[in-house]
Write a protein that binds this ligand. Sequence first.
Ligand code: ADP
Length: 175
Amino acid sequence: MISRVAFYPGSFDPITCGHLDIAERALRLFERLIVGVATSQNKNTLFSQTERVAQVEHAVSQSFPKAGSRLRVVGFESLLIESMRQHEARVIVRGMRAVSDFEFEFQLAGMNRALAPDIETVFLTASEKYHFLSSRFVREIALMGGDIASFVPPCVAVALRKKADSEGKTLRATS
Ligand code: ADP
């Protein structure tokens, strides 16, 4: 019997409507979903892990008010599979946008299977309207003053505007 608890890991720097779409569909498939926000020490993230966890918590509570205890958000630092074992999750949920995601995701799933053969990775394909959407482009557009309101939940749009303002000030102060 496959686990009824799924784990959706990512950097979520920041969480976008594409991520929320995957979470919504995973909630239809599994009894419980844990969204795991990685520390991403090797990535230079725009938001700290604490900020990202708070954004994801806020976004999921607004988007899925009925999910209740079926949906949890956690930050994790350890190896993904160790964190999953702590939470008794046996399925990794990942989103797949285009061919460009395939190679990385395929390798990641293979590595995780080698480390933990009892854990399965399930891929959900992105909805067409979010195929082009990535956290990276959202960050870049926001920092250049572009409008990202239709790509991210409202709390993230506010946080990105603040970040863009403070980065603008820093740039002006150092130039
Ligand atoms: P990571 O840094 O681990 O790649 P991300 O936060 O960028 O994490 O993404 C987490 C997962 O969500 C990945 O599987 C990624 O492919 C998926 N994802 C990201 N953006 C979208 C989107 N627009 N639609 C569907 N899935 C997405």
